[in-house]
Design a protein around this ligand. Structure first.
Ligand code: G
Ligand code: G
Ligand code: MN
Ligand code: NA
Length: 254
């Protein structure tokens, strides 16, 4: 209860902030985007992880205003990353199931894009399989609206939920993000290696791009490159970092 009271005030007291983790294109080694990851600087308890407060935010409905703040902040920051002589840089935002079900979602997305000036295709929205499979009819309507806006849609934590292949085809999203639990045992774990290869083959067959998450070693990166994985994200490529290091990473790219 106490944490809930604090979370209600966290937004107005400016206690939330975003870190950004780079996503790298395997073929060119260039940064193609950053995933926004929220943190809470609690006045007494210090930094609180989203694994602790996002579930609370979902239960209390606070995820809707918090999610809107994340979206607006990420879009504004990403607008500042663009440079006429460099390749465009996407920003990826995690959407929770409650946000996806919010009837105002498309309006909020449009407004965040409009107010920031960020082109729609540079905003990536990460949805989980659970969010998508929950109510297939409503999901299709919302997905259609988001696709109409032109945002880049991806499925996060892929492989940990229950998406039927039939729905996967119909969702028509741009990318799958292979969950880090499949990547962590590579290259030694031959079963997870087989799963990783199969996900990449399936995604490419459906004309989707693949992002491997939780890449922590060069051996993992080499294997993923060999498998034809399109993009990688993880501590080996870069930790979640504050906005000023994002600017440094971008300007130090060849
Ligand atoms: O950054 P970290 O590994 O601590 O994130 C833990 C979990 O919190 C991940 O599942 C991540 O998707 C989730 N998360 C991080 N930021 C956000 C956010 O802005 N919104 C939502 N809904 N989830 C987030
Ligand atoms: O659920 P989602 O994929 O959005 O969560 C991403 C989470 O993974 C964040 O909490 C982020 O801090 C964490 N993360 C990012 N890179 C790595 C990594 O290389 N290894 C591990 N173990 N966690 C990572
Ligand atoms: Mn994510
Ligand atoms: Na994930």
């Amino acid at each position: 209860v106490k944490l809930e009271v604090g979370l209600r005030k966290a937004l107005q007291n400016d206690e939330l902030y975003l870190l950004y983790q780079p996503q790298i294109d395997v073929a060119s080694s260039q940064i193609v985007g950053f995933e926004a990851l929220v943190r809470w600087r609690h006045p007494e308890r210090g930094i609180i992880s989203p694994t602790e407060f996002i579930p609370l935010a979902e239960e209390t409905g606070l995820i809707v205003p918090i999610g809107e703040w994340v979206l607006r902040t990420a879009c504004k920051q990403a607008t500042g990353w663009q440079h006429p002589r460099r390749r465009p840089v996407r920003v990826a935002v995690n959407l929770s199931a409650k946000q996806f079900k919010d009837e105002n979602l498309t309006q909020i997305v449009l407004s965040a894009l409009h107010d920031s000036g960020l082109p729609a295709e540079l905003l990536e929205l990460e949805l989980t399989e659970g969010t998508l499979m929950d109510d297939a009819r409503a999901t299709m309507v919302t997905l259609e609206q988001l696709r109409g806006i032109g945002v880049y849609l991806s499925i996060d934590d892929f492989g940990t939920g229950y998406s039927s292949m039939n729905y996967l085809k119909r969702f028509d999203v741009r990318a799958l993000k292979i969950d880090k639990s499949f990547i962590s045992g590579l290259p030694a774990d031959s079963e997870n290696a087989a799963i990783t290869r199969a996900i990449i083959a399936m995604a490419h067959g459906l004309k989707m791009a693949v992002v491997a998450e939780g890449v922590e070693t060069d051996a993992q990166l080499q294997l993923l490159e060999q498998y034809g994985c399109d993009m990688v994200q993880g501590y080996h490529l870069g930790h979640p970092s504050p906005p000023d290091s994002v600017q440094r990473m971008l300007s130090s790219q060849p």
